[in-house]
Each structure stands twice: as structure tokens, then as C-alpha cells.
Write a protein that binds this ligand. Structure first.
Ligand code: HAM
Length: 413
């Protein structure tokens, strides 16, 4: 029979790999909780227009990478390519915002982008996401970056580079866009890729983010946003930097960092690793003050980030699964039921372990016990069954094997 293939770019996580994800989620919950964030879970499926209106029609994500299909009533739906748009939609729906109120949410989960799969790039991948609503102050951006760095430190990841930029605001960005358009006009238009020839008119900043080598080369001398910031953006950016400096966080200013999504204003940042191949960005984020209003919500500032869990997982050395406390080896088939009931008593006492279902040779059972990594191997054979005892073999201590009354053994735990 032909087997059903899994979908390209979609990945199964078996326990050893999944343990890394559980570990990241645990560290994230602890860290984000310390900063006053609460968990929000939103649907993986949203109306397509949500992403078109927020991420931007002219981005790769919306233009080329979304998993979009009609439902049974021909309404266009999209598997979320990122979490921010859905979190904003949920926040607007909740009608909980009041002027002056700050809300902080984190969310974990699968995202979907139709990209060419490679190391660190999948079509279903996972993000850890954090958003702050209701604070236009630079301190919120500073706090987020400090939280992100603390989280990465807590995972033991200290060799990462933070790149930082300001993208200006609706006041100063038009002047910068014009400077970019003038710059592009000074170049031979045909040398840019087709997408960029269009983007020059529709979204000049996007050209700076193009991955095509020829375009990359052509924008090397393009004007930089940080030379065009208005006074308020300049002061806002200075405060973000002052917070990072004050906390001793090192970062690199990258005036060409524009990010791949259109909703950003002012602060934007990425965290890069040079140890995971060509997909260097392990996290990215920034401020997106106009988005909540553009999606029909209140005039409320917002800032946030997301980490790519697959890329972080590539940097985590083997995260050990918790070792079992026991392996219960049944060596006489007739003892199988009694062994299962004894294992149940051990588990009710809070111990973790496995029981072999049926009888088998002592040698094969010992091999299984070793492989499981259990601290003790408990042996149940005919003698143990008759005498209501259990034989305990200590797997890591220099201690002789002993046979104990089962009730005494349970009482000793
Ligand atoms: P993003 O930069 O598009 O930002 O994605 C964040 C992170 O997700 C990336 O740095 C990367 O680690 C990971 N990632 C993205 N695409 C893939 C993929 N195909 N395979 C594996 N990992 C991937 C956002 O999504 C924004 N929503 C972040 C944000 C939150 N901004 C404000 N709030």
C-alpha cells in the first residue's frame, strides 16, 4: 500500500526534539511572567483580509507565502503566517482597552509560511510572541528587548547579536521615502529585480529588504533612515538606546534593518545567530503604533517581538528528557498483571517509569532498563510474585541488588 506522505515543509517533533520546545515554553512562561505578561491563545485560522490589512499586500509574506484557501462558503481564510495580527484582532474584539491602560500578552504556537524549506526554515514553524499594547513610550521597547535578552540568556544563549534601528514615523518617513525614490532614480532601473522595480513605486523601503544579490548591491549607498528622523523619533530612539546601554546590553545599530512586515514604526530590531546556517534571524520585532487603529480598534500604541523556536532549537544542545525513576522488568509472564498494578502504585506515589508488559529473558529486560536511563530496575518474576517482594537493581549506585517486601519498598519511597 502506498503510504500517505506528509506535507513538504511540515515537520513531526518526536519526544527528544519536542523536549526542547517544552523547555523553551517553560523558560518563556517564567521569564515573561516576571515582566507582567499573560498568556493569550488565538486561532491558527483567520480571515485573509486580517493579514492583508496588517502585514501589507506588498510583502513577501502576504504576496507569496500565505496558505490561503476558501472555506465551504467561499470565504477566504489564511493559516496565520505570524501571531501579531491575530493578537491585535483578539485585543480589539475583547474591547478591554481604556485610555492609559497597558496590556501585555504572550503567545506560543505554530505559524505557516509557504517558503522554500531549508535548515531553520519550514512551512509550519513555531513562534514565541510577546506584545505590549497601550504604551507609546520608548521604555516599553526597552523593556521588551531586555526581556528578550533575559529569556535568551536564561536558555543559555549568550552569543547572539541584537541589531537595532528606528524606522521613523508617519511624520518623518515620507521625506525618507522620497530620498530613497530619488536614489533609485539615479540608478539603472532595469538592474533591479522585477519585484523591486514595482516596489520602488509602491513601497520603496521594501527594496532595502530584497534578498536578490543584485538589488542588495544596488542599495549599498542608499540614504539611511536614521539621517531623516524627526526630533520626536530621534528622542524616542535615544531613550531605547539609553535603556540598553544602562543595562549593559550590547547591540549593533543597523540603519538598513527594515524588517519583512509593513506595520513597523520607530523601533525595530532583530536577533541574529551566526551558528545556524543561512537563516540567521532567531527573533525580530518592533513598534507598530498605527496597526490597532487601522484594524478598526482604538488609537492605541503597540510594540512586540517573536522568536523562531526551530532556530532557537538549533542552538540548544541536547535538552535532556527527565530521566525515569524506575523500569519494571517482568521476567515471568504470569507476573505481568501484578507488575502492572505495582507500577500503578509507584506512579500514584509520583514516580515516573515504564513497565515491560510481558515476560522475557532477564538479559533483554536489563537491556531495556539500561536504554530507558531509569535510576532503578525493579524485577518481578515468579519468586517475587509468590513472596510479594520486588527485586531492586540500582542502576547507578555501587550497591548490591536486593529483594524487599513490596509494602516496605513502597513505604520507603
Ligand atoms: P518575523 O521576523 O517575520 O516577525 O518572524 C519572527 C521569527 O520567526 C524570525 O526571526 C524567525 O526566527 C522565525 N521564522 C520566520 N519564518 C520562519 C520559517 N519559515 N521557518 C522557521 N522560522 C521562521 C514576525 O513574525 C512578527 N510578528 C514579530 C513581531 C511581534 N513584531 C511585533 N510583534
Amino acid at each position: 500500500m502506498a503510504k500517505v506522505q506528509k506535507i513538504k515543509g511540515f515537520v513531526d517533533l518526536f519526544p527528544e526534539e519536542a523536549a526542547k520546545f517544552t523547555y523553551m515554553e517553560r523558560v518563556a512562561r517564567e521569564t515573561f511572567g516576571r515582566y507582567g505578561f499573560g498568556e493569550l491563545r488565538t486561532p491558527v485560522l483567520e480571515k485573509t483580509e486580517l493579514f492583508q490589512k496588517s502585514i501589507g499586500e506588498d510583502t513577501d509574506v502576504v504576496g507569496k507565502e500565505m496558505f490561503t484557501f476558501p472555506d465551504r462558503k467561499d470565504r477566504l481564510l489564511t493559516m496565520r503566517p505570524e501571531a501579531t495580527a491575530g493578537v491585535v484582532r483578539a485585543f480589539i474584539d475583547s474591547k478591554t482597552h481604556q485610555p492609559g491602560k497597558v496590556s501585555k500578552y504572550f503567545t506560543f504556537g505554530p505559524m505557516f509560511r509557504y517558503e522554500r524549506p531549508q535548515k531553520g526554515r519550514q512551512r509550519q514553524f513555531h513562534q514565541l510572541n510577546a506584545e505590549i499594547f497601550g504604551a507609546n513610550e520608548a521604555q516599553a521597547d526597552g523593556e521588551l528587548i531586555l526581556m528578550l535578552r533575559t529569556f535568551l540568556n536564561n536558555l543559555g544563549l549568550t552569543k547572539l547579536t541584537i541589531e537595532l534601528n528606528s524606522l521613523g514615523c508617519h511624520e518623518c518617513r515620507p521625506t525618507y521615502k522620497q530620498a530613497l525614490v530619488d536614489y533609485y532614480k539615479s540608478k539603472d532601473k532595469d538592474k533591479f529585480c522585477e519585484d523591486c522595480q514595482r516596489r520602488m513605486e509602491t513601497n520603496p523601503l521594501r527594496v532595502l529588504d530584497c534578498k536578490v544579490p543584485a538589488c542588495k548591491e544596488l542599495v549599498v549607498d542608499a540614504p539611511v533612515i536614521t539621517d531623516h528622523l524627526c526630533e520626536e523619533c530621534e528622542a524616542h530612539f535615544a531613550d531605547v538606546k539609553a535603556i540598553l546601554d544602562g543595562a549593559g546590553v550590547s547591540y549593533e545599530l543597523n540603519p538598513r534593518l527594515v524588517r519583512g512586515l509593513d506595520y513597523y514604526v520607530r523601533t525595530c530590531f532583530e536577533v541574529a545567530s551566526y551558528d545556524i546556517g543561512s537563516q540567521t534571524a532567531v527573533a525580530g520585532g518592533g513598534r507598530y503604533d498605527g496597526l490597532i487603529k487601522n484594524l478598526g480598534g482604538p488609537d492605541c500604541s503597540a510594540t512586540g517581538f517573536a522568536c523562531g523556536m526551530e532556530r532557537l532549537a538549533l542552538l540548544l544542545d541536547h535538552v535532556e528528557l527527565d530521566r525515569p525513576d524506575f523500569y519494571l522488568a517482568v521476567v515471568d509472564k504470569d507476573a505481568a498483571n501484578e507488575a502492572m498494578l505495582f507500577a500503578q502504585e509507584l506512579r500514584e506515589k509520583g514516580l515516573k517509569g515504564d513497565v515491560s508488559y510481558a515476560g522475557g529473558s532477564m538479559k533483554s529486560r536489563m537491556r531495556a532498563a539500561n536504554k530507558s536511563g531509569a535510576k532503578v530496575c525493579l524485577i518481578m518474576g515468579g519468586d517475587e510474585m509468590v513472596n510479594k517482594t520486588i527485586t531492586v537493581k540500582y542502576m547507578e549506585e555501587e550497591r548490591d541488588q536486593e529483594t524487599l517486601e513490596r509494602s516496605l519498598y513502597l513505604a520507603s519511597l
